[in-house]
Design a protein around this ligand. Structure first.
Ligand SMILES: Cc1cc2nc3c(=O)[nH]c(=O)nc-3n(C[C@H](O)[C@H](O)[C@H](O)COP(=O)(O)OP(=O)(O)OC[C@H]3O[C@@H](n4cnc5c(N)ncnc54)[C@H](O)[C@@H]3O)c2cc1C
Length: 536
């Protein structure tokens, strides 16, 4: 959609093909956060940044896996794309001054400000196109009814009077929106990825750029080595004089491709869209494009509830004090509060079956949400459905009984908890350094000191939920150059063919710079592709 917008403004006739009955893709399901180094809002919030620091940071965390020109293209263009959107579209982003980079202590890392979230959006101006926008991920909805911003979600963790009043006010506002909501099937005030895609859609509607729903790209037309069009799954042939951008997402929902490139990972562990079937990558390969990073993903621990449509992301829970992860042997194996990508890398490096358990005590259960279960003060166990109590939340009156229910070796499990509790009481995780980084503490509980990510598990009953090596999408795909052109085996661009988002091999390499590290590049390289295809 970013490519379509810029392409239109440069004089091209553009059409977006969308295979599913709704547009927005995984982006609409997401937090919608966009990572923009050296963005102008940082200065207004008192955070210094520069092109050089952004580059230094990316060069460090990508470990030499990404060509420098692409990193430079990203750092130089992300803020330019942001400025263009602000000047020429409805897209508006708000810098999150406390949302730290995922490695803030690395050279060039920042304690906040580079991650930006979409400003909430009134979707009633989309008319019937609102009903065609993919719904948000269920975990982003309060009481299953309305969204909240990332900034606000962070304040709810503290659960003080201010956050309670804010939540109450949001409920009142939701009620007051009833007249507006009446004509639609869901709340009209959009947040996060839905706000981003709603804003982009409105901007495209202003330009009369169409999205053809339920029309999938099935084959690329190649003439004399140049991509000149697309054959669609409903039998149309579309001629593309300037080019074709493949932006069809990753392959996280394609079991066959997963089996080939990530054999230990199941498609049911992803939190992403069922339409991420790797079709864009396949089309690009058939036209001669090469791929990279196919064994990588935007990893995150996830959990699943019985009969749930999609996996739930465990980004917040894993950092909060009073809980820990253990493997099938009852042992801790990683820093649970590390960036979510690294937690799954820890799960995969641990050998054996990558599935593990999150263990927590009654105090944790009382204070914090766990997947779809609200904190105990709002939803005590007596109000948790049988479906969740029987198939998701394991509960036991003592640690040995919990070990028995989970079929963990009781002695090892007991020793793990005792060691964890002793370290937590001192606030120092000697084994994995949990809570040492500023990034770990972002989702900690600031009321718990000296380490907001550590508290001993003492209060019965004790609980467990399953944890899977899930993802927010895959990151391997077509290799592209700084102009978003797809490259062939000789390293030359395939004329007329571009790729962006998870269809392309990630500019972030095997790493994840901060929240927004996937959508930022998708927008930026989509935009650049349009400028390459339509030179001014
Ligand atoms: C719960 C959750 C939260 C997340 N939060 C964030 C966040 O805050 N920030 C961030 O940066 N990332 C986040 N992510 C990751 C991010 O959402 C994805 O990496 C990103 O949206 C991928 O964008 P994309 O453009 O590659 O694909 P998509 O947004 O999925 O778009 C691809 C589109 O192509 C369509 N399509 C597929 N095949 C075809 C075909 N053959 N023909 C036509 N159309 C086709 C799909 O239906 C889809 O609509 C999150 C992910 C999840 C699941």
């Amino acid at each position: 959609m970013a490519c379509a917008l810029r392409g239109h403004d440069l004089g091209a006739r553009v059409v977006i093909l969308e295979k599913s009955p709704v547009y927005g893709g995984a982006t609409a399901m997401s937090g919608g956060v966009v990572w923009v180094p050296d963005n102008p809002q940082m200065k207004n919030r008192g955070i210094s940044d520069s092109r050089e620091e952004g580059l230094e940071y990316l060069r460090g965390i990508t470990e030499g896996r990404v060509r420098d020109e692409r990193l430079v293209a990203y750092v130089d263009n992300a803020k330019r794309v942001l400025a263009y959107f602000e000047g020429h579209s409805h897209v508006r982003l708000d810098s999150l001054d406390q949302y730290t980079d995922y490695y803030p202590e690395r050279p060039g890392g920042k304690p906040g400000g580079r991650s930006m979230e979409p400003v909430p959006f009134d979707a009633s101006c989309l008319g019937e196109q609102f009903e065609r926008l993919r719904s948000p991920h269920p975990q982003s909805q309060v009481l299953g009814r309305f969204g909240i911003s990332a900034r606000e979600a962070h304040t709810y963790l503290v659960n003080d009077l201010r956050s309670k009043l804010l939540l109450f006010w949001r409920l009142v506002q939701y009620g007051l929106r009833w007249p507006k909501r009446r004509g639609f099937s869901r709340d009209t005030r959009l947040y996060a990825g839905n706000a981003l895609m709603g804003r982009l859609r409105r901007s495209l509607m202003d330009r009369d750029v169409p999205i053809w729903l339920e029309v999938g790209a099935e084959e690329l037309v190649v003439e004399d080595g140049r991509v000149t069009g697309v054959l669609t799954d409903d039998g149309r042939r579309i001629r593309a004089e300037r080019g074709v951008l493949l932006g069809a997402g990753g392959f996280e929902s394609n079991a066959q491709m997963r089996g080939q490139h990530q054999p230990r990972i199941l498609t049911e562990w992803t939190a992403s869209s069922p339409f991420s079937m790797g079709m864009g990558i396949q089309l690009g390969r058939a036209a001669g494009g090469v791929v990279d990073l196919m064994d990588e993903a935007w990893w995150t621990p996830t959990t699943r509830i019985p009969k749930g449509r999609v996996a739930w992301v465990l980004v917040v829970e894993k950092n909060l004090p009073g809980g820990l992860f253990v493997d099938g042997e009852g042992r801790r194996f990683t820093n649970e509060a590390a960036p979510y990508l690294d937690v799954v890398k820890g799960m995969l490096a641990n050998g054996g079956v990558p599935v593990c358990w999150m263990i927590f005590d009654a105090e944790f259960r009382r204070l914090y949400p766990v997947g779809p279960v609200a904190p105990g003060y709002a939803q005590p166990d007596s109000r948790v459905s049988r479906r969740l109590l029987e198939g998701f939340l394991t509960r036991a009156p003592s640690l040995p009984e919990l070990a028995e229910k989970l079929e963990l070796p009781a002695d090892t499990f007991q020793a793990t908890i005792e060691r964890f509790n002793a370290m937590a009481a001192r606030g120092v995780d000697e084994d994995f350094g949990r809570g040492e980084s500023l990034a770990d503490r972002y989702y900690g509980d600031p009321r718990v000191q000296p380490n907001p990510c550590l508290r001993p598990l003492t209060r019965a009953p004790f609980y467990a939920i399953p944890v899977y090596p899930g993802d927010l999408g895959t990151k391997g795909g077509l290799v592209t150059d700084p102009s978003a052109r797809v490259l062939n085996a000789e390293g030359s661009p395939i004329p007329g063919l571009y790729a962006a988002g998870n269809t392309s091999s990630a500019v972030m390499g095997p790493s994840y710079p901060g929240a927004g590290g996937t959508i930022g590049p998708a927008l930026t390289f989509g935009f650049i592709a349009a400028e390459t295809a339509c030179p001014q």
